[in-house]
Design a protein around this ligand. Structure first.
Ligand SMILES: [Mg+2]
Length: 214
């Protein structure tokens, strides 16, 4: 989008969950490494994961573990993720940003690839659930769900922006014809997410709040 005023006037915000509102990398990394072990691959460090992982996750797994069907990955990943004692925390500035958007009367949604139950539970436990009109989670490829989300809730493209931490989120915004804002608090490094040409890239939601949603 050409001018940043549009962000300020956005009536609707679609948030990615992981790496945008919460840091769930610790349990995701633990569960991913359970998959790596189960299929005889070396475990990933946090930095390796951030450099290599991408969404849609099936495309990444197809490279790392070619030929292993989603069902087989889920059989290892989901129980390991559910059993993980690693903490999920609200990212700095996220709560204040959500509060200010709620005060401004913005409609807010979540669009996530993480399992539905997990996002719902985390949102509840972290006191964030009431901010969202609906949580769309368990989405394997967000690009296919953005139009249904906009249509279901009657969101106009020009009034809506998506905030995410991965290239896939920016591609999803593009597929939906909505504004794309990248935050650098999540899974991908700046040089990676910059290649998806977000309309705006900010360090975190605090910067977005200060500069574009005062
Ligand atoms: Mg994310």
């Amino acid at each position: 989008m050409s001018d940043h005023m549009g962000h300020r006037h956005a009536k609707n915000i679609i948030f990615d969950w992981s790496g945008t509102l919460v840091d769930d990398l610790p349990p995701v990394l633990e569960a991913t490494n359970a998959v790596m072990r189960a299929f005889g691959k070396p475990e990933l460090s946090r930095e390796q994961f951030r450099r290599e992982f991408r969404l849609p996750f099936m495309h990444w797994y197809e490279e790392v573990l070619p030929g292993v069907p989603l069902k087989e990955l889920d059989k290892v990943f989901l129980p390991a993720y559910a059993a993980s004692q690693q903490p999920v925390t609200v990212l700095p500035h996220a709560l204040k940003f959500l509060e200010s958007c709620a005060t401004a009367g913005r409609r807010m949604f979540v669009l996530s690839s993480a399992p539905q139950y997990a996002v719902e539970e985390q949102a509840e436990a972290l006191g964030l659930k009431h901010f969202f009109e609906r949580i769309w989670a368990g989405v394997v490829d967000k690009r296919t769900q953005i139009k249904p989300l906009l249509d279901t809730h009657g969101l106009l493209q020009q009034d809506t922006l998506m905030i995410g931490d991965m290239r896939h989120d920016m591609h999803t915004a593009r597929a939906g014809g909505i504004h794309a804002v990248a935050v650098l608090t999540g899974y991908e490094y700046e040089e990676a997410i910059a290649t998806s040409e977000p309309d705006l890239m900010v360090r975190d939601l605090g910067e977005l709040h200060a500069l574009h949603f005062p």
